[in-house]
Each structure stands twice: as structure tokens, then as C-alpha cells.
Design a protein around this ligand. Structure first.
Ligand SMILES: [Zn+2]
Length: 385
């Protein structure tokens, strides 16, 4: 089938059947009918379409209750491929995945902050080219999903502004579509991370879900009933710029006391240097983790305090959105073992009601560093499923 025709054929029932198979495979036609309430003949005709489109395949695995074994349905892994890109400020990474998020190949090129727009695009294309060349049947490529740090205009696929790399108005979608002739979708890295976690991190049964990315910056992605939430002007989830201290440090955005100025890797190092007299000049966030691991009380205290600060941000988020589940990820969460106890404690001390304190699920990302890049790939998958 031709690329780009999925949207036309998509119907609510079809999407229901496809997602049922994705989440509960292997399944028989009869089970799908039973569990979705769609009539058996309709299920059969939808399944036929899905098989024709290379999205689903049959397998004889079913348990028989006497008589012949039912034919079971599975997502066809090798039916299509997606290219996912994680464009960070220190590296551009690329992967090819199948329809269930298995990483089939990967590549990476290191970059430094504050490169030119041209150099950035050139490097990005080189990463995509490497992944593209590794895929035998180019017709199976559904498209390229790009997770870009900073503010992204999703509809035009332009990276508007990134404070970490100093890039402005980079036409990522246009440039990649021109060269590779497949569909390109661009998303902010924190939203991509949220989508990646939602799709591949076993959180599917959850209605409202937030992933918070804490690394060089802080951003959140909100997934509401399976879809990313953007807000009216597309800045929903800019949690890093939520002000938590009116007189705090100046943030990269120009405001004072943003959440980001307390909890990014760099901010943690700054606080450590202020509080610990003999802290080395070249102290890094990784060093702080190492010293904490060695049971150094001063550094343990810094991470405990960081957990409390993150907890305050999380409580604000809970009071605003009241999600079922919050997943924390990004580089700073490499120190999760020292952060999570005070994050949880702060939520218990500050969240408004007992139900919220008891029922809000807080977890550390299970996908870790792959969440963002898998989320980039899921941008395309979310269009089909
Ligand atoms: Zn700010």
C-alpha cells in the first residue's frame, strides 16, 4: 500500500481493533469481538483490512477448548518501520524501530552547543541517512519522528527556539521531507518522552498521564486519553518555567526563580558549590551522585534537598492536573535512589487530599534514555493506531 494513506482509512472501530491487538496480543477474532463489543462480522472484515495493510498477522497459538485451535492475531513486527530521532544539545541520535518499538538499528553523532543552523541540519540529515540506508525495503518506512529540545511548532515542524543550543527557526520537517520523501513529524523532547513512556512503558491502562523530563532543562509531556495535550498556544507542560521563588535566580527564559533554576543538573551543581565549602571547582552532577554513593553526608543532603524541590514541582503539577500517574525521567533521575524518598515524602506532606496522596502513582522511567527516541518513533505510530 502507498504511504500516507492510513489516515484516510482510519475509522473508530478499526483503531479500536488494532489497539486491542497491540495491547493484548495474541488474540483471536472471537476474543476481540467479545472484549470490544464490535460484531464478529465487522471484526473479521476489519482484521482482513489490517492483514492486507501489513499491520497484523495470523499465528496458530491459541488454546483450544476442544475442536480446532483458533487462529491468533499479532501485530506484524516487520510490516513497517519507523525512524526515530532524538536531537539533543550534545548529540543527535537515530534509531529504526518496528511497529512495537523494538530498536533495530541505532546511530549517534556528537555535537556541541551553539552550532550553526546549517551544521545542525547537516548533522541531522547524516544521522537520518545512516538509519535510512540500513533499511532494505524503503517502502516500509512510515516516516521520521524527531524529538527536538526547546520550543517546537508541531504543525509546521519548525524548531522555534532552543536556549541550550542557541538555535532558532530551524525548518526540520521541510528539510527532511525534501531529502527523504517520507512523512516527518517534529515534537518537543519532553512530550516525545511522555509519548514513548505511554506507548512502550506499560502505562496504557492509564487515562491521564504525565512524564517529567529533568536533565539540562525541565519539561513535561501530558498524555490525556492516549493523546498529547498541547494547550491553546502549544506551551502546555512547560513546567520548568513555573515560578517557585519570586526572588530566585534568573532563568534562561528571563524570569526569576523558575523550577528549572533549582533542579537541572547544572542547578544542582550550583547549589552544591554554594553549600559545600570544599566542593571542587569542576564539580559535575555525576560527581555529586558518586559522592552520595560513597555516603558523603554533604552530597547526600544536596540530593535529598533536590528531591524535596522536585517534590514541590510535582505537587504543583498534581494540584493543577490531578493525573493518575506521573513518570520521572531525564539525566537527573540517574540519582533516583537518593531523590525518590524525599520526592514521595514531599507529596505526602503537601498534596491536598488523602485520596490524591494515596492514589497518585509516581514512578521512575522504565525506558530510561530510550524513552525520548522511542517517543519520537511513536509520533508516527500514534497516527496509525
Ligand atoms: Zn524560566
Amino acid at each position: 500500500m502507498k504511504r500516507g494513506t492510513f489516515q484516510l482509512m482510519k475509522s473508530v472501530n478499526k483503531s479500536t481493533v488494532l489497539n486491542k491487538i497491540r495491547l493484548s496480543e495474541p488474540l483471536s477474532r472471537a476474543q476481540i469481538a467479545q472484549e470490544t463489543g464490535i460484531t464478529p462480522p465487522t471484526v473479521s472484515s476489519i482484521v482482513k483490512e489490517l492483514i492486507d495493510e501489513n499491520l497484523v498477522e495470523e499465528s496458530i497459538l491459541g488454546e483450544s477448548r476442544g475442536g480446532r485451535k483458533p487462529t491468533m492475531l499479532l501485530i506484524k513486527r516487520s510490516g513497517h518501520y519507523v525512524i526515530g530521532i532524538d536531537a539533543g544539545s550534545n548529540a543527535i541520535k537515530g534509531v529504526a524501530t518496528d511497529l512495537v518499538g523494538t530498536i533495530l538499528s541505532e546511530t549517534e553523532i556528537k555535537i556541541v552547543p551553539h552550532i550553526s543552523k546549517e551544521y545542525f541540519l547537516q548533522t541531522l540529515k547524516e544521522v537520518v541517512r545512516t538509519i535510512f540506508m540500513g533499511i532494505d525495503d524503503k517502502n516500509k518506512i512510515l516516516g521520521i519522528g524527531v524529538a527536538m529540545h526547546g520550543v517546537v511548532d508541531v504543525s509546521s515542524g519548525i524548531s522555534l527556539y532552543s536556549s541550550n543550543s542557541g538555535l532558532r527557526d530551524v525548518p526540520i520537517k521541510e528539510e527532511l521531507e525534501k531529502e527523504f520523501k517520507v512523512r516527518v513529524m517534529v515534537e518537543n523532547n519532553s512530550r516525545a518522552m511522555a509519548l514513548g513512556e505511554y506507548w512502550f512503558g506499560d502505562h496504557d491502562e492509564v487515562d491521564s498521564f504525565v512524564a517529567i523530563n529533568i536533565g539540562r532543562g525541565v519539561g513535561a509531556g501530558i498524555v490525556d486519553k492516549g493523546r498529547l495535550y498541547y494547550g491553546a498556544q502549544g506551551i502546555a507542560g512547560e513546567m520548568g518555567h513555573m515560578v517557585i521563588d519570586l526572588n530566585g535566580r534568573v532563568c534562561s527564559c528571563g524570569n526569576r526563580g523558575c523550577f528549572e533554576t533549582f533542579v537541572t543538573g547544572e542547578a544542582i551543581v550550583k547549589r552544591a558549590k554554594e553549600q559545600i565549602k570544599d566542593a571542587p571547582d569542576n564539580l559535575t552532577a555525576e560527581d555529586i551522585y558518586t559522592y552520595a554513593k560513597e555516603n558523603n553526608k554533604n552530597y547526600l543532603k544536596i540530593l535529598e534537598e533536590t528531591g524535596q524541590l522536585i517534590g514541590i514541582g510535582v505537587v504543583n503539577l498534581i494540584h493543577m492536573l490531578n493525573p493518575n500517574k506521573i513518570v520521572l525521567g531525564g539525566g537527573v533521575l540517574n540519582s533516583a535512589e537518593f531523590l525518590m524518598p524525599t520526592i514521595r515524602q514531599t507529596i505526602q506532606e503537601r498534596a491536598l487530599t488523602e485520596k490524591v496522596r494515596k492514589n497518585t502513582i509516581i514512578e521512575v522511567s522504565v525506558l530510561g534514555k530510550d524513552a525520548t527516541i522511542l517517543g519520537a518513533a511513536a509520533l508516527l505510530l500514534a497516527e496509525i493506531f
